[in-house]
Structures are given as structure tokens and as C-alpha cells.
Design a protein around this ligand. Structure first.
Ligand code: SAM
Length: 426
């Protein structure tokens, strides 16, 4: 099933989002200006930039969508103006610096799809001095919320799946952020601004603390989060449940340890710390009555919800000396065989021969090889788009050796369980 395009269709169908980007891009782009569309998908933002008069657009996307974006640019008469670059935006290079960087990598809480890092990198490597980003700034907003019975289901509070107790799952469940669409009346108090990010620098950590008075009597289940992005001085875009023209994007729900009845005048204090690159959010919530008496307090972190074992965490300590497990060895073998001399079919056969304990059949080995080659192999020469074919001689490697789990920061963080040998427990 090709769900990829379906996901993009949903983005394209969001009229509020498109209208906001169209207005902001029209207000920002001057005739003939150069633009980079980061994480372009189908390239819609680049098309809007051309419509607004851009002279040249570089549309960067790492997925197969890039090829479709190229076709769409041509079909809309912008084939000469839009240059599609297939590759990861953090490693891509542009032929020239540009006037404007545009993107919609905001996720549900504004930071978690890579927006902060993408635009900081664009500022350093792609933008001319004084270049502009769309969005230019983003506000992270939170509010005290009720959302039973969703919360009770998510947190296994009183549900017994299959008739079994799942209480043991609660620790993980309470340390997880959930995509939820809140309604206006789920809010027990007015939203507060947790942090405002001017998108000019890479921020290792975002933190904020706010106190929010309860305005509606009810039962507090946790904290809701969403964002408002400033696309241009006059145009904003939000997924706030309070907005009459919100985009079609869910919000985030951060639970608290125990649902807590609250009255008007009670105060919910939230401290939140976010590490965007690692997608870690820590939140501490305190509820006090009108009289100042503490009613509830709990601390949470998505790090605790990540199901990392003690041994798994030890493996991330800086003094731990890792060795590869069998899967890591197999991957290294594929990487080494991508030397510009071996055809994919030869690599498949060699990996199957060397690792019979991992791959029961040649087909299984070839799926493993394909994953490495499509991710790290140089593209075949133009006109020979046969990277997956058995004839294609496997490429020399692009950029780095390929153990994403060992390269912190901007590489995709693969599950360290897969490639590293766990150190002894304790
Ligand atoms: C949210 S969709 C793009 C939406 C598109 N800009 C739009 O407005 O409709 C995300 C796209 O970004 C691409 N992507 C995500 N991270 C990327 C990165 N670091 N470099 C290049 N492409 C990336 C994905 O392949 C996917 O096609």
C-alpha cells in the first residue's frame, strides 16, 4: 500500500494551511528571488513561491516524493524554475545562497518535526545574510485540560485489555506525549505561552514555566500543547483548539500521574523542558488550591517512556566502548561491499552466505541489503534509475559509514537495540 502519497494528500487538502502559506509567501517573496523549500514533500510550497514570482526554487526532499515533486513542477509549468534536490536537507548543498527558506516541519507541538534544526541549518548554509525564513517564529502554547475517557484508555487506568491487568504499563504510559485533537471545552483554563522561538538559531533545549489559573471547574487529566507559527508579519498558522480557523493537525496531550478535581481559582503550574533534536520532553506539574495548598504534583519525561532498558541506557554512556552485534556486523558487511565493484545481486548472495543465522532465505538478505543501499548508496547515473535492480552495481557510499545509531544529532536515530551489543546489566 502506498500510504505516503495519501499522507501528503491530507496536507494538500488542508485549505486553511494552504491559504496561510499562500498569503505569507505572496507577502514575502519579491520577483526573481531565490527560495529553498525544505522537506518539500510534493513541493507545494515551492509552487506557491513560483506563483508569487520566485525566480528559482530549490525543493529538497529525501524521499521518493522528490521525483514526484519534479514531475509536478514540470506539469505546472515551473520545471525550469524549480530544481528538485533529492537528499537529506542537513547534508544537501545548494548551488547558491538564497533569499528565503520555507518549510512546514512543525509537528503537533511546533518543534518535533525538526523545524528548529532545519531553519538553523538553513541560516548557516543556505540563506544570504538577512535572508528570511517562513515561518519566522513559533509559539509553543499549553493549557490545563480534561480529556477523559481518552486519558483513561491511554493510561490503562481502568481498562483491562482482554480482561488482563495492564497496571504495569502505566509508568511508560504516563511518560508519553499523545496526539489528540482537543475541543474548546476540554480546556480548564486559558492557554499560556510556554516559549517563543525566534527561528534564528539551533536550540539544544527549550524550556519554560507558567502558572495557569483554572477557570472552569472539572477534572484535570493533564496538559495540552499546540503551536502558533508566524509565517509573515501579518499571517499566522495554528492548531489551537481555540482557533476558528485552525489547521488540520492534532495537538499533544501530556498526562499527569493522577487525575485531579480542580475548582475555579486553583492554579496549575507547569515546568517543561524540551530537547528538540532528541524529541525528549520533560514536564513537571503542580496543582495548588486557592489557599496555596498543594493538591497534586508529578514529574514526567518521555525519556522514561522510551522503553530503554538499564543496559540500553548504559550503552549511551560516553565511557562505554561498544562492539557490534551480528546485525551490526551484517550491516557493516553490506556497507563495505558498496565499493563500486559489486552488483546488488552479488551483495545479496554474499550476505546470505555469510549470515545464515540472520537470513533464512536469499530474499530476506536482499530486503536487508536494499534498505542499506537505498539509504546510503549514491544514486545511479542519470538515465539508469535501476538502483533496486539486480544489474545495478552497488554504489560507493555517500558521506558516512552508515551506523546511524552511533552518530548522534541529526542522523536518523535507529533503534540502538538493533545494532549495538548491550553492556552487562548494572
Ligand atoms: C510534512 S511533509 C512535507 C510537507 C510539504 N512541505 C507540504 O507543505 O505539503 C514531510 C516531508 O519532508 C521530508 N523530510 C523530512 N525530513 C527531511 C529532511 N531532513 N530532509 C529532507 N526531507 C525531509 C519527508 O520525506 C516528507 O516528504
Amino acid at each position: 500500500m502506498a500510504l505516503n502519497l495519501e499522507e501528503h494528500r491530507l496536507y494538500l487538502q488542508d485549505r486553511v494551511r494552504l491559504a496561510a502559506y499562500r498569503a505569507a509567501i505572496k507577502a514575502t517573496v519579491r520577483p526573481g528571488q531565490t527560495v529553498v523549500d525544505l522537506a518539500a514533500g510534493t513541493g507545494i510550497l515551492g509552487l506557491l513561491a513560483c506563483e508569487a514570482g520566485a525566480g528559482r526554487v530549490y525543493a529538497v526532499d529525501e524521499s521518493g516524493m522528490a521525483d514526484l515533486a519534479r514531475d509536478l513542477a514540470r506539469a505546472n509549468g515551473f520545471g525550469e524554475r524549480i530544481e528538485v534536490i533529492r537528499g537529506n536537507a542537513f547534508r544537501a548543498s545548494l548551488p547558491q545562497r538564497v533569499d528565503l527558506a520555507i518549510t512546514d516541519q512543525m509537528g503537533r507541538f511546533g518543534f518535533e518535526a525538526g523545524l528548529v534544526q532545519l531553519l538553523a541549518d538553513a541560516r548557516q548554509r543556505f540563506l544570504k545574510p538577512g535572508g528570511v525564513t517562513v515561518p519566522a517564529a513559533i509559539d509553543l502554547q499549553i493549557a490545563p485540560v480534561k480529556c477523559a475517557p481518552v486519558a483513561s484508555r491511554l493510561l490503562f487506568s481502568d481498562s483491562r485489555p482482554g480482561g488482563f491487568s495492564y497496571r504495569a504499563a502505566q509508568e511508560v504510559a504516563l511518560n508519553t506525549g499523545y496526539p489528540i485533537t482537543f475541543r474548546r471545552d476540554d480546556l480548564l483554563g486559558a492557554p499560556a505561552l510556554l516559549a517563543r522561538l525566534n527561528l534564528v538559531e539551533d536550540r539544544a533545549a527549550i524550556s519554560g514555566s507558567v502558572s495557569m489559573p483554572i477557570e472552569t471547574r472539572g477534572v484535570l487529566d493533564g496538559i495540552g500543547g499546540w503551536f502558533t507559527a508566524r509565517l509573515s508579519p501579518a499571517v499566522s498558522l495554528t492548531n489551537s483548539p481555540l482557533s476558528a480557523c485552525a489547521i488540520n493537525r492534532r495537538n499533544v496531550f501530556f498526562p499527569i500521574a493522577r487525575t485531579t478535581p480542580v475548582e475555579n481559582g486553583d492554579v496549575v503550574r507547569v515546568e517543561m523542558k524540551i530537547m528538540p533534536a532528541n524529541l525528549i520532553v520533560a514536564w513537571r506539574v503542580e496543582v495548588r488550591g486557592r489557599d496555596g495548598a498543594l493538591r497534586a504534583r508529578s514529574s514526567h519525561s518521555t525519556l522514561r517512556g522510551m522503553l530503554l532498558s538499564g543496559a540500553g541506557l548504559n550503552r549511551l554512556k560516553s565511557d562505554y566502548v561498544p562492539r557490534l552485534n551480528r546485525w551490526g556486523e551484517a550491516r557493516r558487511a553490506v556497507v563495505n561491499l558498496c565499493d563500486g565493484a559489486h552488483a546488488v545481486s552479488e551483495i545479496d548472495a554474499e550476505i546470505h552466505r555469510r549470515y545464515p543465522d540472520l537470513f533464512a532465505s536469499l530474499e530476506q538478505a536482499s530486503v536487508f541489503v536494499a534498505e542499506v543501499v537505498t539509504r546510503y548508496g549514491l544514486l545511479p547515473p542519470a538515465g539508469d534509475d535501476a538502483r533496486g535492480s539486480q544489474r545495478y552495481v552497488a554504489p560507493r557510499l555517500r558521506v558516512y559509514h552508515g551506523f546511524a545509531a552511533l552518530t548522534p544529532g541529526r542522523e536518523p536515530l535507529e533503534d540502538p537495540e538493533v545494532f549495538g551489543i548491550a553492556p552487562p546489566e548494572g
